[in-house]
Ligand binder design. Structure first.
Ligand code: NAI
Ligand code: MG
Length: 353
Protein backbone atom coordinates (compact mmCIF):
# COMPACT_ATOMS: atom_id res chain seq x y z
CA UNK A 1 0.00 0.00 0.00
CA UNK A 2 0.97 3.62 -0.56
CA UNK A 3 3.44 4.70 2.09
CA UNK A 4 1.50 7.87 2.88
CA UNK A 5 -1.62 6.01 3.90
CA UNK A 6 -2.36 6.13 7.59
CA UNK A 7 -4.47 3.48 9.22
CA UNK A 8 -5.76 5.24 12.29
CA UNK A 9 -7.68 3.93 15.30
CA UNK A 10 -9.75 6.66 16.96
CA UNK A 11 -10.90 6.48 20.57
CA UNK A 12 -13.04 9.60 21.15
CA UNK A 13 -13.81 8.50 24.73
CA UNK A 14 -15.91 10.51 27.16
CA UNK A 15 -17.10 14.06 27.77
CA UNK A 16 -15.37 16.60 25.54
CA UNK A 17 -13.24 13.77 24.06
CA UNK A 18 -15.54 13.23 21.11
CA UNK A 19 -15.98 16.98 20.54
CA UNK A 20 -12.26 17.72 20.29
CA UNK A 21 -11.42 14.57 18.33
CA UNK A 22 -13.97 15.50 15.64
CA UNK A 23 -12.03 18.74 15.07
CA UNK A 24 -8.67 16.96 15.11
CA UNK A 25 -9.91 14.64 12.37
CA UNK A 26 -11.18 17.57 10.30
CA UNK A 27 -7.74 19.16 10.38
CA UNK A 28 -6.08 15.83 9.58
CA UNK A 29 -8.37 15.46 6.61
CA UNK A 30 -7.35 18.91 5.37
CA UNK A 31 -3.66 17.97 4.98
CA UNK A 32 -4.72 15.72 2.11
CA UNK A 33 -3.25 12.39 3.18
CA UNK A 34 -5.09 9.17 2.58
CA UNK A 35 -6.36 8.27 6.03
CA UNK A 36 -8.42 5.25 6.87
CA UNK A 37 -9.86 5.65 10.35
CA UNK A 38 -11.91 3.34 12.55
CA UNK A 39 -13.68 4.54 15.67
CA UNK A 40 -13.57 2.48 18.87
CA UNK A 41 -16.24 2.83 21.50
CA UNK A 42 -14.26 2.68 24.75
CA UNK A 43 -14.69 4.64 27.96
CA UNK A 44 -17.39 5.32 30.51
CA UNK A 45 -20.42 4.67 28.27
CA UNK A 46 -19.08 1.28 27.18
CA UNK A 47 -18.20 0.40 30.77
CA UNK A 48 -21.74 1.14 31.95
CA UNK A 49 -23.31 -0.75 29.07
CA UNK A 50 -21.20 -3.90 29.09
CA UNK A 51 -18.83 -3.70 32.06
CA UNK A 52 -15.89 -3.80 29.63
CA UNK A 53 -12.93 -1.43 29.71
CA UNK A 54 -10.50 -2.86 27.13
CA UNK A 55 -11.47 -6.30 25.80
CA UNK A 56 -8.49 -8.45 24.73
CA UNK A 57 -9.88 -8.74 21.19
CA UNK A 58 -10.05 -4.94 20.89
CA UNK A 59 -6.50 -4.59 22.15
CA UNK A 60 -5.37 -7.12 19.54
CA UNK A 61 -7.13 -5.10 16.81
CA UNK A 62 -5.61 -1.84 18.00
CA UNK A 63 -2.13 -3.32 17.56
CA UNK A 64 -2.71 -3.44 13.81
CA UNK A 65 -3.04 0.31 13.25
CA UNK A 66 -0.29 2.79 12.44
CA UNK A 67 -1.35 5.05 15.29
CA UNK A 68 -4.11 5.76 17.78
CA UNK A 69 -5.80 9.12 18.42
CA UNK A 70 -7.50 9.42 21.80
CA UNK A 71 -9.77 12.19 23.11
CA UNK A 72 -10.13 11.63 26.83
CA UNK A 73 -11.66 9.05 29.12
CA UNK A 74 -13.19 9.40 32.56
CA UNK A 75 -16.51 10.25 34.10
CA UNK A 76 -17.64 10.93 37.67
CA UNK A 77 -20.04 7.97 37.37
CA UNK A 78 -17.15 5.47 37.10
CA UNK A 79 -15.20 4.59 40.26
CA UNK A 80 -11.81 6.34 40.25
CA UNK A 81 -8.97 4.27 38.83
CA UNK A 82 -11.08 1.90 36.73
CA UNK A 83 -10.71 3.60 33.34
CA UNK A 84 -7.31 5.05 34.19
CA UNK A 85 -5.74 1.70 35.10
CA UNK A 86 -7.73 -0.73 32.96
CA UNK A 87 -7.93 1.33 29.80
CA UNK A 88 -5.37 4.15 29.63
CA UNK A 89 -2.51 2.68 31.62
CA UNK A 90 -3.16 -0.77 30.13
CA UNK A 91 -2.82 0.64 26.60
CA UNK A 92 0.43 2.36 27.57
CA UNK A 93 1.86 -0.80 29.14
CA UNK A 94 0.65 -3.31 26.55
CA UNK A 95 1.78 -1.18 23.60
CA UNK A 96 5.00 -0.38 25.45
CA UNK A 97 4.64 3.39 25.27
CA UNK A 98 7.78 3.95 27.25
CA UNK A 99 8.12 7.55 26.10
CA UNK A 100 5.48 10.01 27.17
CA UNK A 101 6.29 13.06 25.12
CA UNK A 102 5.01 16.43 26.21
CA UNK A 103 6.20 19.59 24.50
CA UNK A 104 6.01 22.76 26.59
CA UNK A 105 6.06 25.54 24.05
CA UNK A 106 4.72 29.06 24.34
CA UNK A 107 3.29 30.18 21.00
CA UNK A 108 3.48 33.87 20.06
CA UNK A 109 0.46 35.83 21.21
CA UNK A 110 -0.55 33.32 23.89
CA UNK A 111 -1.09 34.65 27.40
CA UNK A 112 1.03 33.02 30.10
CA UNK A 113 0.83 33.49 33.86
CA UNK A 114 4.58 34.15 33.70
CA UNK A 115 3.85 37.68 32.55
CA UNK A 116 7.12 38.75 30.98
CA UNK A 117 7.97 35.41 29.34
CA UNK A 118 8.46 35.38 25.58
CA UNK A 119 8.13 32.39 23.24
CA UNK A 120 11.92 31.87 23.18
CA UNK A 121 11.91 31.53 26.98
CA UNK A 122 9.47 28.61 27.06
CA UNK A 123 10.39 25.99 24.49
CA UNK A 124 11.15 22.55 25.85
CA UNK A 125 10.20 18.91 25.50
CA UNK A 126 9.50 16.82 28.57
CA UNK A 127 10.33 13.16 28.03
CA UNK A 128 8.49 11.33 30.76
CA UNK A 129 9.08 7.61 31.32
CA UNK A 130 5.77 5.87 30.65
CA UNK A 131 5.88 2.28 31.84
CA UNK A 132 7.70 2.12 35.17
CA UNK A 133 8.18 4.09 38.38
CA UNK A 134 5.34 4.39 40.88
CA UNK A 135 2.79 3.77 38.09
CA UNK A 136 3.87 0.18 37.50
CA UNK A 137 1.19 -1.02 39.91
CA UNK A 138 3.57 -2.63 42.43
CA UNK A 139 2.42 -2.64 46.01
CA UNK A 140 -0.57 -3.68 48.00
CA UNK A 141 -2.82 -3.10 50.91
CA UNK A 142 -3.44 -4.98 54.17
CA UNK A 143 -6.16 -4.56 56.79
CA UNK A 144 -7.97 -2.12 54.53
CA UNK A 145 -10.35 0.22 56.28
CA UNK A 146 -9.00 -0.57 59.73
CA UNK A 147 -6.81 1.64 61.91
CA UNK A 148 -4.00 -0.85 61.21
CA UNK A 149 -4.19 -0.43 57.45
CA UNK A 150 -0.90 -0.64 55.54
CA UNK A 151 -0.64 0.57 51.95
CA UNK A 152 2.50 0.38 49.83
CA UNK A 153 3.04 1.75 46.35
CA UNK A 154 6.48 0.93 45.07
CA UNK A 155 8.46 2.67 42.38
CA UNK A 156 9.97 0.21 39.91
CA UNK A 157 13.02 1.36 37.97
CA UNK A 158 14.88 -1.05 35.72
CA UNK A 159 18.25 -0.39 34.12
CA UNK A 160 16.71 -1.44 30.80
CA UNK A 161 13.68 0.82 31.20
CA UNK A 162 15.67 3.85 32.30
CA UNK A 163 18.34 3.45 29.65
CA UNK A 164 15.92 3.27 26.74
CA UNK A 165 14.05 6.43 27.71
CA UNK A 166 17.31 8.25 28.49
CA UNK A 167 18.68 7.31 25.06
CA UNK A 168 15.52 8.60 23.43
CA UNK A 169 15.87 11.89 25.30
CA UNK A 170 19.52 12.28 24.25
CA UNK A 171 18.51 11.67 20.62
CA UNK A 172 15.88 14.39 20.86
CA UNK A 173 18.32 16.78 22.53
CA UNK A 174 20.99 16.15 19.89
CA UNK A 175 18.47 17.09 17.19
CA UNK A 176 17.54 20.44 18.76
CA UNK A 177 19.47 23.69 18.40
CA UNK A 178 20.32 24.08 22.10
CA UNK A 179 21.32 20.43 22.61
CA UNK A 180 20.74 20.41 26.34
CA UNK A 181 19.38 17.58 28.45
CA UNK A 182 18.27 17.99 32.05
CA UNK A 183 17.62 15.00 34.28
CA UNK A 184 14.92 15.80 36.82
CA UNK A 185 14.70 13.51 39.85
CA UNK A 186 15.09 13.57 43.60
CA UNK A 187 18.44 11.81 43.92
CA UNK A 188 19.13 13.25 47.35
CA UNK A 189 16.20 11.42 48.95
CA UNK A 190 15.20 8.66 46.52
CA UNK A 191 18.74 7.40 46.61
CA UNK A 192 18.31 3.95 45.01
CA UNK A 193 16.20 4.96 42.02
CA UNK A 194 17.88 8.35 41.70
CA UNK A 195 21.31 6.78 41.66
CA UNK A 196 20.29 4.41 38.86
CA UNK A 197 18.93 7.28 36.76
CA UNK A 198 21.97 9.49 37.41
CA UNK A 199 24.49 6.76 36.56
CA UNK A 200 22.69 5.89 33.34
CA UNK A 201 22.47 9.53 32.22
CA UNK A 202 26.14 9.90 33.02
CA UNK A 203 27.14 6.79 31.07
CA UNK A 204 24.97 7.52 28.01
CA UNK A 205 26.14 11.16 27.92
CA UNK A 206 29.60 9.95 26.89
CA UNK A 207 28.06 8.90 23.57
CA UNK A 208 26.60 12.38 23.03
CA UNK A 209 29.52 14.77 23.49
CA UNK A 210 27.60 17.53 21.67
CA UNK A 211 24.78 17.46 24.25
CA UNK A 212 25.19 19.42 27.50
CA UNK A 213 23.78 17.54 30.47
CA UNK A 214 22.40 19.07 33.61
CA UNK A 215 20.62 17.81 36.72
CA UNK A 216 17.80 19.37 38.75
CA UNK A 217 15.84 18.09 41.76
CA UNK A 218 12.13 17.95 41.01
CA UNK A 219 11.16 20.51 43.63
CA UNK A 220 13.69 22.99 42.30
CA UNK A 221 12.60 22.17 38.76
CA UNK A 222 9.02 23.16 39.62
CA UNK A 223 10.32 26.48 40.81
CA UNK A 224 12.53 27.03 37.75
CA UNK A 225 9.66 26.12 35.37
CA UNK A 226 8.06 29.30 36.66
CA UNK A 227 11.04 31.55 37.38
CA UNK A 228 13.58 30.47 34.73
CA UNK A 229 11.91 28.25 32.11
CA UNK A 230 14.77 29.10 29.75
CA UNK A 231 16.96 26.67 31.68
CA UNK A 232 15.20 23.75 30.04
CA UNK A 233 15.50 22.30 26.55
CA UNK A 234 14.89 18.55 26.85
CA UNK A 235 13.88 17.23 30.27
CA UNK A 236 14.01 13.52 31.05
CA UNK A 237 12.27 12.28 34.17
CA UNK A 238 10.37 9.45 35.79
CA UNK A 239 6.69 8.67 35.37
CA UNK A 240 5.29 10.48 38.42
CA UNK A 241 7.54 13.54 38.35
CA UNK A 242 6.82 13.89 34.64
CA UNK A 243 3.07 13.70 35.17
CA UNK A 244 3.08 16.52 37.69
CA UNK A 245 5.70 18.68 36.02
CA UNK A 246 3.88 18.62 32.67
CA UNK A 247 0.67 20.00 34.16
CA UNK A 248 2.81 22.87 35.39
CA UNK A 249 4.30 23.00 31.90
CA UNK A 250 0.83 23.20 30.38
CA UNK A 251 -0.05 26.06 32.71
CA UNK A 252 2.98 28.18 31.81
CA UNK A 253 2.55 27.57 28.08
CA UNK A 254 -1.00 28.88 27.81
CA UNK A 255 -3.16 26.35 29.58
CA UNK A 256 -4.60 22.89 29.35
CA UNK A 257 -6.53 23.69 26.16
CA UNK A 258 -3.24 23.83 24.24
CA UNK A 259 -1.21 20.97 25.75
CA UNK A 260 -0.55 18.02 23.44
CA UNK A 261 1.03 14.67 24.17
CA UNK A 262 2.22 11.44 22.64
CA UNK A 263 2.49 8.01 24.22
CA UNK A 264 5.30 6.82 22.05
CA UNK A 265 6.80 3.45 21.24
CA UNK A 266 9.89 4.54 19.31
CA UNK A 267 10.72 1.12 17.81
CA UNK A 268 11.06 1.00 14.02
CA UNK A 269 7.98 -0.17 12.14
CA UNK A 270 8.42 -3.83 11.29
CA UNK A 271 10.68 -4.55 14.26
CA UNK A 272 9.51 -7.00 16.89
CA UNK A 273 8.99 -4.47 19.64
CA UNK A 274 7.02 -2.04 17.46
CA UNK A 275 3.45 -1.13 18.43
CA UNK A 276 1.29 1.84 17.48
CA UNK A 277 1.87 5.04 19.40
CA UNK A 278 -1.06 6.94 20.86
CA UNK A 279 -1.58 10.70 20.70
CA UNK A 280 -3.92 12.63 22.98
CA UNK A 281 -4.48 16.03 24.55
CA UNK A 282 -3.11 16.27 28.10
CA UNK A 283 -6.53 17.32 29.41
CA UNK A 284 -9.29 14.99 30.54
CA UNK A 285 -12.97 14.66 29.67
CA UNK A 286 -13.95 17.95 31.39
CA UNK A 287 -17.42 16.89 32.54
CA UNK A 288 -18.06 20.49 33.65
CA UNK A 289 -18.16 21.75 30.05
CA UNK A 290 -18.99 18.56 28.13
CA UNK A 291 -21.73 18.78 25.51
CA UNK A 292 -21.64 22.57 25.37
CA UNK A 293 -19.33 23.03 22.39
CA UNK A 294 -16.97 25.12 24.51
CA UNK A 295 -13.90 22.89 24.70
CA UNK A 296 -10.77 24.12 22.97
CA UNK A 297 -9.76 21.51 20.34
CA UNK A 298 -6.27 23.00 19.88
CA UNK A 299 -4.51 20.48 22.14
CA UNK A 300 -5.98 17.64 20.10
CA UNK A 301 -5.05 19.32 16.82
CA UNK A 302 -1.46 19.74 18.04
CA UNK A 303 -1.51 16.07 19.08
CA UNK A 304 -2.46 15.20 15.50
CA UNK A 305 0.59 17.18 14.33
CA UNK A 306 2.80 15.23 16.75
CA UNK A 307 1.35 12.03 15.36
CA UNK A 308 2.22 12.98 11.77
CA UNK A 309 5.73 13.89 12.83
CA UNK A 310 6.07 10.51 14.53
CA UNK A 311 4.79 8.76 11.39
CA UNK A 312 7.54 10.37 9.32
CA UNK A 313 5.41 13.15 7.82
CA UNK A 314 7.16 16.26 9.20
CA UNK A 315 5.97 18.58 6.41
CA UNK A 316 2.32 17.84 7.06
CA UNK A 317 2.94 18.15 10.81
CA UNK A 318 4.56 21.55 10.30
CA UNK A 319 1.60 22.76 8.22
CA UNK A 320 -0.76 21.99 11.09
CA UNK A 321 1.54 23.55 13.67
CA UNK A 322 1.83 26.71 11.58
CA UNK A 323 -1.95 26.90 11.15
CA UNK A 324 -2.34 26.63 14.94
CA UNK A 325 0.35 29.27 15.52
CA UNK A 326 -1.39 31.67 13.10
CA UNK A 327 -4.75 31.04 14.72
CA UNK A 328 -3.30 31.66 18.19
CA UNK A 329 -1.83 35.01 17.18
CA UNK A 330 -5.27 36.17 16.07
CA UNK A 331 -7.07 34.85 19.13
CA UNK A 332 -5.80 37.79 21.13
CA UNK A 333 -7.71 40.21 18.97
CA UNK A 334 -10.44 38.41 17.08
CA UNK A 335 -10.70 35.04 18.71
CA UNK A 336 -12.88 35.59 21.75
CA UNK A 337 -16.15 33.74 21.90
CA UNK A 338 -15.37 30.98 19.42
CA UNK A 339 -16.50 27.49 20.31
CA UNK A 340 -15.02 24.05 19.59
CA UNK A 341 -16.30 23.83 16.03
CA UNK A 342 -15.41 27.40 15.08
CA UNK A 343 -11.82 26.95 16.22
CA UNK A 344 -11.62 23.60 14.41
CA UNK A 345 -13.10 25.17 11.30
CA UNK A 346 -10.74 28.16 11.33
CA UNK A 347 -7.64 26.01 11.75
CA UNK A 348 -8.85 23.65 9.03
CA UNK A 349 -9.28 26.62 6.65
CA UNK A 350 -5.72 27.73 7.35
CA UNK A 351 -4.35 24.26 6.65
CA UNK A 352 -6.28 24.08 3.39
CA UNK A 353 -4.75 27.47 2.57
P1 NAI B 1 -9.89 17.92 32.99
O1 NAI B 1 -8.64 18.14 32.22
O2 NAI B 1 -10.93 17.12 32.33
O3 NAI B 1 -10.53 19.36 33.37
C1 NAI B 1 -9.85 20.30 34.22
C2 NAI B 1 -10.39 21.70 33.93
O4 NAI B 1 -9.90 22.17 32.67
C3 NAI B 1 -11.90 21.77 33.84
O5 NAI B 1 -12.35 22.96 34.40
C4 NAI B 1 -12.17 21.74 32.35
O6 NAI B 1 -13.38 22.39 31.98
C5 NAI B 1 -10.97 22.46 31.80
N1 NAI B 1 -10.61 21.94 30.45
C6 NAI B 1 -10.07 20.73 30.18
N2 NAI B 1 -9.90 20.59 28.86
C7 NAI B 1 -10.33 21.73 28.28
C8 NAI B 1 -10.41 22.18 26.93
N3 NAI B 1 -9.99 21.42 25.88
N4 NAI B 1 -10.91 23.40 26.69
C9 NAI B 1 -11.31 24.19 27.71
N5 NAI B 1 -11.27 23.82 29.01
C10 NAI B 1 -10.78 22.61 29.29
O7 NAI B 1 -9.46 17.27 34.37
P2 NAI B 1 -10.37 16.73 35.57
O8 NAI B 1 -11.57 17.60 35.73
O9 NAI B 1 -9.44 16.53 36.69
O10 NAI B 1 -10.84 15.29 35.12
C11 NAI B 1 -12.08 15.01 34.49
C12 NAI B 1 -12.10 13.55 34.07
O11 NAI B 1 -11.12 13.33 33.06
C13 NAI B 1 -11.76 12.59 35.21
O12 NAI B 1 -12.58 11.46 35.07
C14 NAI B 1 -10.32 12.22 34.95
O13 NAI B 1 -9.99 10.95 35.44
C15 NAI B 1 -10.27 12.24 33.45
N6 NAI B 1 -8.93 12.49 32.88
C16 NAI B 1 -8.60 11.77 31.77
C17 NAI B 1 -7.39 11.97 31.14
C18 NAI B 1 -7.11 11.21 29.89
O14 NAI B 1 -8.03 10.67 29.27
N7 NAI B 1 -5.89 11.12 29.49
C19 NAI B 1 -6.41 12.94 31.66
C20 NAI B 1 -6.89 13.69 32.80
C21 NAI B 1 -8.10 13.44 33.39
MG1 MG C 1 -1.84 14.11 34.40
Amino acid sequence: RDSHDIRLAVIPGDGIGSEVVAEGLKVLDAVGLKVESTTYDLGAARYHRTGETLPDATLAELREYDAILLGAVGDPSVPPGVLERELLLRLRFELDHYVNLRPVKLFPGVATPLGEARPEDVDMIVVREGTEGPYAGAGGVMRRGTPQEIATQESLNTAFGVERVVRYAFDRAAARPRKKLTLVHKTNVLTYAGDLWARIVDRVSAEYPEVTTDYCHVDAASMFFVTQPRRFDVVVTDNLFGDILTDLGAAIAGGIGLAASGNVNPARPGSQSWAPSMFEPVHGSAPDIAGQGKADPTATILSVAMMLDHLGLPKEAARIEQAVADDLVERRTAGAGRGTREIGHDITERVTG
